[in-house]
Write a protein that binds this ligand. Structure first.
Ligand code: HEC
Ligand code: HEC
Length: 260
């Protein structure tokens, strides 16, 4: 029988903690050296949110920080901070201001969608579900006449046209809309349109999240006949497999292309 005296005990403790530290270091080295990411953290807790309140908050928050992405993201996180508390309360929502104007005015991805996708990615870590929800959100945006939201106390009271813009991108989406509204980009109407769009997109994001957590989202994102047709040749496995995208028509106008 082995009797552990104090010295033994101390020694074995030191050795095992040393070994533990070395082990941890080795594991660290391994993960850094091989580029392994840390294990994925779990999704943050979600409770169903009210669509109307979400829209109203997004409308207000967008205006407060002059950022559509912030408006959408903060409308969701603020409510979860109220209902769940931490870790939402400490989340630096202000970082999301960067998405304004399609990322700092670059006219790329519409900030409302960037904000919605960010919220989805925080709350839904399961890859297939996350992507399905983002697909649904983006397809809805490009295929829906917007804005639809009517604020109770509008910052700029106006009857705005609702336009289907066929694009998820800030610049084409806005430029298509202002053509219909017969205003300039720098008009009060355009500003109001984007602020209302934040309300619409925030509410849609929450509608999808509510459905997803209730287990009622059908994971069958249909990209549309045209895009699927294009991808049958240009997508993975096609004769001209040179494209990764989920929409074509907002940028390419098929009639202009002469195909073999
Ligand atoms: C039957 C297969 C097929 C389908 C369907 C198809 N393409 Fe193509 N596409 C090709 C091939 C092959 C080429 C390259 C040969 C060429 O340029 O003619 C090409 C070339 C192109 C080009 C570059 C040449 C150009 O015309 O400017 C664009 C852009 C393009 N396709 C877009 C689309 C879009 C958008 C759709 C859907 C509306 C689509 N394609 C559907 C096979 C296809
Ligand atoms: C965000 C806008 C955008 C989207 C969305 C997009 N494209 Fe493009 N695509 C471009 C631009 C810009 C170019 C490079 C300039 C050009 O050749 O027109 C390009 C180039 C291409 C080319 C090569 C053109 C050549 O001259 O050979 C093909 C093929 C093509 N796209 C097909 C597609 C298909 C198919 C889809 C949908 C699955 C798609 N694109 C979606 C903007 C877009």
């Amino acid at each position: 029988m082995k009797i552990l005296n104090r010295r033994h005990l101390l020694q074995s403790l030191i050795m095992s903690s040393g070994a533990y530290a070395l082990g941890a270091l080795a594991a660290d080295k391994n993960s850094v050296g091989k580029g392994n990411p840390p294990p994925p953290s779990r999704s943050w807790p979600y409770v169903a949110l009210d669509l109307e309140r979400t829209a109203e908050l997004a409308y207000q928050f967008h205006d407060r920080m002059s950022s559509c992405m912030y408006g959408v993201f903060a409308s969701i996180i603020t409510q979860l901070a109220e209902k769940v508390g931490e870790p939402y309360r400490s989340f630096p929502c202000e970082m999301m201001v960067y998405g304004e104007g399609g990322v700092a005015g670059w006219g790329t991805l519409c900030g409302t969608l960037n904000g919605g996708a960010a919220a989805i990615s925080l709350l839904v870590r399961q890859e297939a579900e996350r992507k399905a929800l983002i697909d649904e959100l983006f397809l809805w945006y490009q295929n829906t006449k917007l804005p639809a939201y009517t604020p109770k106390n509008p910052f700029f009271p106006a009857d705005l046209p609702a336009v289907k813009t066929d694009s998820i991108l800030c610049h084409p989406s806005v430029s298509t809309w202002i053509k219909e509204a017969k205003v300039t980009f720098y008009s009060k109407e355009r500003k109001e349109r984007c602020t209302r769009l934040s309300a619409d997109t925030a509410a849609k994001t929450v509608e999808l999240l509510n459905a997803s957590f209730a287990g009622t989202v059908a994971k069958q994102s249909n990209l549309g006949a045209k895009t699927s047709d294009c991808l049958s040749c240009h997508g993975k496995g096609g004769v001209q497999a040179d494209v990764m995208a989920k929409s074509c028509t907002g940028c390419h106008f098929p009639a202009n292309h002469q195909h073999p």
